[in-house]
Design a protein around this ligand. Structure first.
Ligand SMILES: Cc1ncc(COP(=O)(O)O)c(C=O)c1O
Length: 409
């Protein structure tokens, strides 16, 4: 685990000092629903407007600044994920982009084709595929979660895949129980069957290094607001693959890749914020090599941040699992620092309200993990409470949460 290394390379106080919102006395354990923004990101967004900002494609400098912001943003997302800038599609959020990609991919499906979705996934990587499949007469197959462990066993894909499988949609990490399925194993099986893989990286990206090639993701979806950026979504794909797809678009809008997947005018200033967020992540580990590329610094910093989160998470789980009145969900071998739990005699909402009074932000409910909370049998009772850790959380916040939950016993 390299706990000692964390102390050397990762200074959580230094990191926290960069986030103005963290000074308000609240423990922000709601990062899985959206992180706070560092001052550098807020500044980058403001600077874009302060400099004068035009629409794209014009002959004058304010427009050229918008074009430069967009290009820089694609390059930053590519550095974060290991993809190619020319294959980075930008949009308002992951859900919108996934519906868009589902529409474009479904145009290539024929009746009797098959798609595979999973019950581990956030609904944004389920419903767009299920609905597109229904429209095209395509069969939907479901990968199941082991409710006892929260694992998504990859071996089941052998029986879910066939030569009719066109797409496998799977998450790189559950947004409630943190399970990190063996995505490389799943995508290798899917590719052997001739299917494409759409990997939901919205939760995973915040919690460790990402390499879309190692994952085997033909499409990798992420959302900057989960990793210190503004509300912008991105899908990373091979531009050659994108060239083969023809999404609906305006006659007058660009036909090039990746632009033809992007609808209307983007939030340019926010795209500048996304680039600043990637730069911020790259600097989380102050020891991550001056002179190294941004990609290398991102990989090193996210590995360090992951170790930091996992050390805190072990304390959090120890605390929660040690209380007789608390039930925790999920114990996958590989998971993000995301706890999901219920408290005897309390609804999840009541627990969240009890914590809010104590200045601790957590989420209650299904958090759009619709199928999973159904499979766990907790959805109808309000699901559970989610306390998620990100790089800026510290030990004192974890201790405050444990004490406050203990008070409910
Ligand atoms: C795992 C996961 N996938 C998808 C989404 C949807 O992302 P967006 O809000 O960008 O549409 C979320 C948001 O919470 C998520 O956690």
């Amino acid at each position: 685990m390299g706990e000692g290394l964390v102390g050397v390379a990762f200074d959580v106080n230094r990191v926290r000092a960069g986030y103005p919102a963290l000074a308000d006395g609240y423990a922000y354990l709601d990062g899985a629903a959206g992180t706070q923004l560092p001052a550098a990101v807020i500044q980058a967004i403001g600077d874009a407007y302060l400099a004068g900002l035009g629409n794209a494609g014009g002959a004058f400098p304010a427009s050229q600044r918008a074009d430069a912001i967009t290009s820089a943003c694609r390059a930053a997302v590519a550095d974060l994920t290991g993809g190619q800038a020319a294959g980075v599609i930008l949009g308002p959020n992951m859900t919108t982009l996934t519906y868009r990609l589902a529409g474009a991919l479904a145009d290539t499906w024929r009746p009797g084709d098959e798609v595979v979705v999973s019950r581990l996934d956030h609904d944004a990587n389920v419903r767009p595929w299920v609905q597109a499949a229904a429209r095209r007469g395509v069969v939907v197959r479901w990968a199941e979660v082991d409710p006892g462990t929260g694992e998504l066993p990859h071996a089941q894909y052998a029986s879910l895949l066939s030569d009719r499988t066109r797409l496998v949609a799977v998450t790189a990490a559950s947004n409630v129980i943190g399970t990190r399925p063996d995505v490389p194993a799943i995508t290798a099986m899917a590719h052997a069957a001739g299917a494409l893989c759409y990997v939901d990286g919205v939760h995973a990206t915040a919690h460790g290094p990402v390499d879309v090639h190692a994952l085997g993701a033909d499409f990798y979806a992420t959302s900057a607001y989960k990793w210190a950026g503004p509300h912008v979504g991105a899908v990373v794909a091979d531009p050659v693959l994108l060239e083969s797809l023809r999404p609906d678009k305006l006659a007058s809008s660009p036909g090039s890749v990746p632009e033809r997947f992007e609808l209307g005018t983007p939030a340019f200033a926010d795209l500048a914020g996304v680039t600043a967020a990637v730069d911020h992540l790259a600097g989380l580990d102050a020891a991550a090599g001056a002179g190294a590329t941004r990609r290398d610094r991102v990989l090193a910093s996210m590995a360090t941040a992951e170790r930091h989160e996992q050390v805190l998470f072990a304390t959090l789980l120890d605390g929660l699992d040690g209380m007789a009145h608390v039930t925790t969900y999920g114990k996958a071998a590989r998971r993000t620092a995301t706890a999901y739990f219920t408290v005897a005699g309390q609804t999840p909402r009541q627990v969240a309200e009890h914590l809010a009074v104590r200045k601790i932000n957590v989420w209650n409910g299904h958090n759009y993990a619709w199928e999973l909370t159904g499979a766990l049998g907790i959805r109808d009772a309000g699901s559970a409470v989610r306390a998620g850790l990100v790089h800026y959380n510290d030990e004192s916040e974890v201790e405050r949460l444990i004490e406050a939950v203990a008070d409910l016993g």
